[in-house]
Write a protein that binds this ligand. Structure first.
Ligand code: HEC
Ligand code: HEC
Length: 395
């Protein structure tokens, strides 16, 4: 019931948060499913990918987006690109607890993977942007990320640089003042829509019926994921695909205890900052305590204090450390957190804002290891070769 309430509330307020916080109002694109992207190969286990009608995928656009994603000139000190924090060799994360931007300034949040972000119904831990196009404009002007004062320095480069001039002319038929941040954002989003990966051991086990794809330990872990662990209630698996996220927001007891005492003051200060026209993207990434407000910062709902978006679990073994604040170092620490009923350390007090779905699980040490082994079976073949740290049972 509460979940249903939250879902409706989330949907109802979402439209107005966009109007308030996104500077550019794109025409709302109607997503069209691209059926050729579902099915086997690297995409085994993924749903069809929706692509906005006003931003179709083309190889040239994806290549342009790739170049923009890696261009360090779009930062105040020339050292930061999207790839600094979303590095392909680290599962498109930075493997840091919280990201470091220009001049080593640190933010408040852990960089989520960009792999499969194309499938999410909202972007960022608190879902404050609705799609990749709008998400991609923010990091350039965030004071602790690329740190630019505005988007003009980017436009100056892409309108002058011969390679960019040629590419934007080819892809969008634009140049000079007609070339805007919307084109830059579209190209980056197209590149991100090409970073999709299924085909893990789990997918071969579950979707193609290869019973040898998972070890017996992992199979027992899968049963715990579905049953006693109740993980699947938020990290969902559908009949013909799995994204391991319900695209909703839950408080699972991370970071909230540090601000619990301060909530009356914090929520009041946040309301006031918003009324004064404060930019939520900047506030939550520069102020540690405001960051902990989670979804509340977007929808003003006290029910959503400390609630964050359920992240995908695909490629989770590559993307340690974990949670919105990077506070849990290994998958074993994560499973322990759930086993404790949403608290770390085990003797801490559970928050009053905790999701109803989180309660002690009574898993044995053997079962905890089984669950971790299952999570390690979610790495896509195409990224497994990185040999990145498993984040598994070893500290
Ligand atoms: C300084 C590090 C840093 C840089 C640079 C950076 N990001 Fe991020 N990225 C983050 C962090 C941290 C978050 C989570 C922030 C939040 O949720 O409030 C994030 C979130 C995202 C998400 C949301 C994923 C999800 O699951 O919700 C996407 C997509 C993304 N970044 C793409 C990009 C793109 C594109 C660029 C370049 C334009 C970029 N990032 C630059 C650190 C960075
Ligand atoms: C009530 C919904 C819910 C349930 C049940 C749940 N999760 Fe989560 N999970 C979340 C949310 C929300 C987050 C992010 C929380 C945050 O950062 O504050 C998360 C984060 C994670 C992460 C870290 C992901 C990352 O990228 O940092 C892992 C791993 C994980 N969950 C595994 C599990 C396992 C294993 C179970 C079952 C034992 C489980 N979850 C049960 C909602 C849930």
């Amino acid at each position: 019931m509460r979940d249903l309430f939250l879902l409706t509330l989330g949907a109802a307020v979402f439209g107005c948060s966009q109007a308030v916080y996104s500077q550019q109002s794109n025409p709302s694109p109607v997503p069209v499913p691209v059926s050729s992207t579902s099915g086997g190969g690297n995409l085994l286990g993924l749903p069809p990918l929706s692509v906005p009608v006003d931003n179709p995928q083309t190889p040239a656009k994806i290549a342009l987006g790739d170049k923009l994603f890696h261009d360090k000139r779009f930062s105040v000190d020339g050292t930061i690109s999207c790839a600094t924090c979303h590095d392909a060799s680290k599962g498109f994360t930075d493997n840091l607890p919280v990201s470091a931007g220009h001049h080593g300034l640190t933010g408040t949040r852990n960089a989520p993977t960009v792999i499969n972000a194309a499938f999410f119904k909202s972007q960022f831990w608190d879902g404050r942007e609705p799609d990749l196009e709008r998400q991609s404009k923010q990091p350039f002007v965030n004071p602790v990320e690329a740190g630019l004062p505005n988007h003009q320095p980017i436009l100056d480069i892409v309108r002058e640089d011969p390679d960019y001039k040629a590419a934007f002319t080819e892809v969008f038929k634009v140049g000079g003042p007609q070339l805007t941040m919307d084109h830059v954002a579209k190209a980056i989003a197209s590149f991100e829509r090409s970073i999709v990966a299924g085909n893990s051991a789990f997918d071969r086990y579950y979707f193609t019926g290869d019973k040898t794809a998972l070890t017996e330990q992992q199979q027992r872990g899968f049963q715990l994921f579905l049953g006693q662990g109740r993980c699947v209630s938020c990290h969902t698996i559908e009949q013909d695909h799995a994204l391991f996220t319900d695209n909703r927001f839950h408080n699972i007891g991370i970071g909230i205890n540090a601000v619990q005492q301060d909530l009356p003051r914090l929520t009041q200060a946040f309301f006031e900052a918003k009324i004064r026209g404060g930019d939520v993207d900047k506030i939550v990434l520069t102020d540690k305590k405001s960051s902990e407000l989670g979804r509340f910062a977007i929808n003003d709902s006290f029910n959503d204090i400390g609630a964050f978006k359920t992240p995908t679990l695909r490629n989770i073994a590559l993307t340690a450390p974990y949670m919105h604040d990077g506070s849990l170092k290994t998958l074993k620490e994560v499973v322990n957190h759930y086993n404790n009923g949403g608290v770390t350390p085990a003797d801490a007090q559970a928050t009053a804002f905790l999701s109803g779905g989180i309660r002690p699980l009574n898993l044995t040490d053997v079962q905890i290891d089984e669950l971790v082994a299952f999570l390690e079976a979610l790495t896509s073949d195409q990224y497994a070769k990185n040999g990145a740290k498993t984040g598994g049972s070893h500290e």
